[in-house]
Ligand binder design. Structure first.
Ligand code: SAM
Length: 195
């Protein structure tokens, strides 16, 4: 089996694991009442960009090999590094879902009896789930040896993150006031101690 195929198989297994982690939270979220919703058209664009860059476009590449003209030689070190980074992404993704529990939403929503979570990965950064998307995008870049498919994840992540993060923090400030402000003062956004 070629190194490129190993990278593609790891990526597919990673995406399946991602969905297995996410599914129970999607089911639970349907049962918890939403009390306010800050969803805007830019939110829909961000979610679509992340889905397209992190799943649809690389999935299409893995399934069809298109666009072959953008392929470059796969390296064993790159696939090994991509595997480690993707595994770390899944770990952070699972930890942040577990910590957020019934407060999780796919979009910008406040739920009934919503509590501000500042523990686990949320003690280090305010948006660990977005940290996991950044790591997924990086993992994808190392696993797939095609310029279009490998860079799409990071671009999709960046569109979602920059369209959403200010709105999300504003929504949290409106709902949790000084509690969220104090939390902001002692945490970074997605990279511990840096940003
Ligand atoms: C897709 S989740 C992402 C959460 C967070 N931005 C992250 O990256 O880990 C988005 C929802 O989580 C909720 N949320 C975000 N930060 C939270 C926190 N610290 N405590 C409780 N709920 C939070 C908000 O209601 C938001 O609608």
């Amino acid at each position: 089996m070629s190194v490129a195929s190993v990278g593609e198989i790891v990526w597919v297994l990673g995406i399946v694991a991602w969905y297995v982690i996410r599914y129970p939270f999607e089911r639970r979220a349907k049962r918890v009442q939403v009390v306010s919703n800050a969803r805007t058209p830019s939110e829909t664009i961000g979610l679509a960009a992340a889905l397209f860059g992190l799943a649809i476009l690389p999935g299409f590449y893995v399934a069809t090999g298109f666009p072959q003209s953008a392929d470059y030689p796969a390296r064993a070190w790159s696939v090994a590094l991509g595997t480690i980074i993707f595994a770390l992404a899944l770990w952070v993704f699972r930890r942040s879902h577990k910590e957020l529990g019934r407060n999780w939403s796919i979009t910008l929503e406040i739920r009934e009896k919503h509590k501000l979570v500042c523990t686990g990965p949320y003690a280090l950064v305010r948006h660990p789930m977005y940290t996991s998307f950044l790591l997924m995008g990086l993992g994808q870049a190392f696993l797939l040896s095609n310029w279009v498919a490998s860079l799409a994840g990071l671009i999709g992540f960046a569109i979602l993150f920059f369209l959403r993060v200010n709105k999300e923090e504003r929504m949290m400030l409106e709902n949790f006031g000084p509690q969220y402000r104090t939390y902001m003062e002692r945490t970074k956004r997605i990279i511990p101690y840096l940003y």
